[in-house]
Design a protein around this ligand. Structure first.
Ligand code: FDA
Length: 306
C-alpha cells in the first residue's frame, strides 16, 4: 500500500488543477473567507465547533507575514460579527518564524490580543520538527505574559513529546503529519498510537485542557475510556477532526455528548496547500485517493440503479 501511496504522490503534479480541486473540495472550505464562514455556519448548526485556518504558503517578507496576521484579524472580526462558534489555528511560519523570531512573536501576539478582545482563542499548529522548540518557546512566552487564550499542539510521533507536556496547559494532541527521521520520531503505527495514549493520560492526569485530534477509531475509543475514567467534565476536553474526514463519526461523538471542533482550512492558495500536504505525507494521499474512489464507485452504483 505504501508503494501505491508514493505512486499517487508522484503523479499528483501532473493531475489537472480542476481534478485536484474536486479531490480537495471536501477537505477545504474554499478560496474565500465567505466560504469558510458558510461551512462554519453549517457545522455549528450540526452542533460542531470550528477552528479556521488561513491557508498560506512560505512567506518571504515581513510584509507578507504581517498580511497573514491581518487576515486572521479579519477572520476573528467576521466570526465575532456573525456570532459563530469558531476560533483560529495559525502556523508560525506563516507569521514569519523563519524570517525573524521577534517579528513572528509580534504577529502572533497581535492575533492573540485581538482574539482575546473578542472572547476567542488561538491554537498554534505544530509544523515540522525543525520548528518544535521555537514554537513551544513562543507558546510559553505568551502564556507567561498572561495570555490564556492561546494553545499549543504536540505530535505523538515525536520522541520528545511526552517530556514536553509538563507545563502545557492547553494542548491539541495529534499523531503528527510530517515524516520525521527515526532518530527523533516513532515510525511504527502502533508505537505512535501507544505514545498518543501515554501522552493523553499524562495531560488528563495533570489537568491540562486537551483537544484530542484524531480520526483513528482505536484512539477515539481509548480517549473516551480515559476521559470517562478521570470523570472529566465535558468542558475540560474536546475532540477535533479535519473537515471532510469521517464526518459521520463526528456526528456520533456529538450525539454521545462530547464537544467536537472541526478544522476548517480556506484560502486562495488552496492548490499549493493541497499539493504540499499530499506530498508531505503519502499516507494522506492514499486516504484521499481511496475515499475519492469509494465516492466515485458509489456514484456509479447510484446512477446505474436510478
Ligand atoms: P490515521 O492517520 O491512522 O487515520 C485514521 C483514519 O482516518 C484513516 O484510516 C482514514 O480513514 C482517516 N483519515 C485520516 N486523515 C485523513 C485525511 N486527511 N483524508 C481522508 N481520510 C483521513 N498534524 C500536525 O503535524 N500538526 C498539527 O498542527 C495538526 N493539526 C491537526 C488538527 C486537527 C483538528 C486534526 C484532526 C489533525 C491535525 N494534524 C496535525 C494531523 C494529524 O497529525 C494526523 O496526520 C491526522 O489527523 C491523521 O491521523 P489520525 O490520528 O486521524 O490517524
Amino acid at each position: 500500500m505504501a508503494l501505491l501511496d508514493r505512486t499517487i504522490v508522484q503523479v499528483l503534479p501532473a493531475v489537472p488543477k480542476p481534478v485536484v480541486q474536486r479531490l480537495s473540495s471536501r477537505y477545504i472550505a474554499g478560496a474565500k473567507l465567505e466560504d469558510a464562514l458558510r461551512v462554519v455556519r453549517e457545522l455549528n448548526a450540526a452542533g460542531k465547533m470550528a477552528t479556521i485556518d488561513v491557508l498560506g504558503e512560505e512567506v518571504t517578507s515581513a510584509d507578507e507575514a504581517r498580511a497573514i496576521a491581518g487576515q486572521y484579524e479579519d477572520v476573528l472580526a467576521r466570526v465575532d460579527a456573525a456570532g459563530l462558534d469558531a476560533n483560529v489555528s495559525v502556523k508560525l511560519t506563516g507569521l514569519g518564524l523563519e524570517l525573524d523570531y521577534d517579528l513572528c512573536r509580534d504577529n502572533l501576539e497581535a492575533v492573540v490580543r485581538d482574539a482575546a478582545a473578542r472572547g476567542s482563542f488561538v491554537r498554534i499548529d505544530m509544523e515540522d520538527a525543525t520548528t518544535t522548540e521555537r514554537t513551544l518557546q513562543l507558546y510559553r512566552a505568551l502564556r507567561a505574559d498572561g495570555h490564556e487564550n492561546v494553545g499549543a499542539v504536540v505530535q505523538a510521533c515525536l520522541r520528545r513529546t511526552f517530556d514536553d507536556l509538563e507545563d502545557l496547559d492547553n494542548v491539541r494532541l495529534c499523531k503528527g503529519i510530517y515524516v520525521e527521521p527515526v532518530s527523533i520520531a516513532y515510525r511504527g503505527f502502533h508505537e505512535v498510537r501507544r505514545n498518543f495514549v501515554r501522552c493523553l493520560e499524562r495531560l488528563v492526569g495533570q489537568g491540562s485542557y486537551v483537544a484530542i485530534a484524531t480520526h483513528d477509531e482505536y484512539l477515539i475509543d481509548e480517549a473516551q475510556r480515559i476521559v470517562r475514567g478521570a470523570r472529566l467534565a465535558t468542558d475540560r476536553y474536546e475532540f477535533q477532526m479535519l473537515l471532510g474526514v469521517r464526518p459521520e463519526r463526528g456526528d456520533e461523538l456529538v450525539t454521545a455528548g462530547h464537544r467536537l471542533r472541526i478544522y476548517v482550512p480556506y484560502g486562495e492558495r488552496w492548490y499549493e496547500y493541497s499539493l504540499r500536504r499530499l506530498q508531505e505525507n503519502p499516507r494522506i494521499a492514499g486516504y484521499v485517493a481511496r475515499d475519492t474512489l469509494r465516492g466515485l464507485t458509489s456514484l456509479g452504483r447510484r446512477s446505474a440503479t436510478s
